[in-house]
Design a protein around this ligand. Structure first.
Ligand SMILES: NC(=O)c1ccc[n+]([C@@H]2O[C@H](COP(=O)([O-])OP(=O)(O)OC[C@H]3O[C@@H](n4cnc5c(N)ncnc54)[C@H](OP(=O)(O)O)[C@@H]3O)[C@@H](O)[C@H]2O)c1
Length: 340
């Protein structure tokens, strides 16, 4: 049994973490924290949870969390996690950071895309990007896991086999993604106001979304050379879920059968990635409230285009589910523990 804490426990990803950790047989919840000066009972924060957990969110104390925890999840807005991650890391704790603060290894790139100075750049080298399907061996030894972004997860899993097997033209990738509103977190804004979202559908941050640098950095690792990404995110009038449609060109001479085979082989032993049979394409409801990423692939010998549909729940495989998957890998538990 390990002792686990969640910092930023009242947010959307924090609450999802609590729900998973409460059911996880290898875990005891040591601390749940908030900036609030008043303790908040878990039952009040999440009335849908079973009663009588006895847990409450308490005012954050670095000393208390560092002394009572083996693993600490940081579920804080980006820029708010870097100093705390540093302090817990130096205290010898395993840190799983759900924010973007350690996802981009080049601190200058982080500063450009996030408009904030990186105060703990010395830790960037030690951080492991927490995409299990690509970096499982490194995650097993990591003390600081940079949990991937939600859009990034849906795009990277959709492209990994095609790039690793060198089946597609790397300058041809266009990604068109749609996300539910919980992707923006619980803070209020005009863009996520009910009246702007309900019965509406819109693009935003066209080719300027902050997940672009982490996706491009990992695509480069898959392909062995720089891969430019064209990326258009959209806001769906849904609570949760992401559907990404990727358009890419096959390399000359690559058959449709080879493309499909690459995906089937790459993910055949992955517990959370499911490749649909030919002609079938996944929907958000197929993965909502789960840690699965489902992929549907259209490819034909009569066309150069390959179209990949990738769906995840942004709060689970895109955030808290993947974070627990990373904890399971790091701590030597069954990778699916608490997640199926
Ligand atoms: N939402 C998603 O789908 C998703 C997916 C992947 C990654 N992420 C990342 O995961 C992290 C958490 O996301 P989230 O959606 O859970 O965010 P959220 O709903 O906005 O919650 C963040 C929590 O952090 C706490 N907090 C501490 N310092 C804060 C500050 N200065 N400003 C605002 N809140 C502060 C707040 O709790 P108290 O007020 O109780 O202190 C808040 O509940 C973010 O970095 C986000 O980018 C989110």
């Amino acid at each position: 049994m390990i002792q686990v804490s969640v910092v930023g426990a009242s947010g959307y990803t924090g609450v999802e973490l609590i729900k998973i950790l409460l059911k996880h047989p290898q875990v005891n919840i040591a601390s749940l924290t908030t900036r609030s000066q008043e303790p908040v009972s878990l039952e009040k924060l999440v009335p849908s949870l079973p009663k009588h957990s006895g847990l409450r969110l308490e005012t954050f104390s670095l000393r208390k969390v560092a002394s009572n925890s083996d693993v600490i999840f940081l579920a804080l807005p980006h820029t708010q996690a870097m100093d705390l991650a540093h302090d817990f890391y130096r205290a010898g704790k395993i840190v799983i950071d759900l924010s973007a603060d350690f996802r981009i290894q080049r601190h200058k790139l982080y500063e450009v895309w996030y408009g904030h100075k990186h105060t703990r750049k010395e830790l960037l080298e030690d951080a492991v990007y927490g995409l299990p399907e690509a970096y499982r061996e490194q995650i097993k030894k990591a003390q600081l896991v940079a949990n991937p972004g939600c859009y990034a997860t849906s795009l990277l899993l959709a492209l990994q086999p095609a790039l690793e097997q060198k089946l597609i033209e790397i300058d041809s990738i266009v990604a068109d993604s749609k996300s539910g509103v919980s992707g923006a977190g619980r803070k209020l804004s005009d863009a996520t106001h009910f009246c702007n979202v309900d019965e509406n559908f819109s693009a935003y941050k066209v080719n300027q979304h902050q997940h672009i640098p982490e996706v491009e950095a990992n695509l480069e690792k898959f392909a062995g050379k720089p891969v430019p990404l064209t990326f258009v995110p959209h806001l769906l009038p849904l609570e949760r879920g992401i559907l990404s449609t990727l358009y890419v060109n096959k390399k000359k001479g690559v058959t449709a059968g080879r493309v499909r085979q690459a995906y089937l082989e790459a993910f055949q032993n992955e517990p959370f990635v499911r490749v649909r049979p030919e002609g079938e394409f996944p929907a958000i409801k197929d993965v909502a409230y789960t840690n699965f990423c489902d992929l549907g692939i259209w490819t034909s010998d009569r066309s150069n285009w390959v179209i990949i549909i990738s769906v995840i729940d942004n709060l689970l495989k895109g955030a808290s589910g993947q974070a627990v998957q990373n904890m399971n890998i790091r701590c030597g538990f069954d990778e699916t523990e608490g997640l199926l």
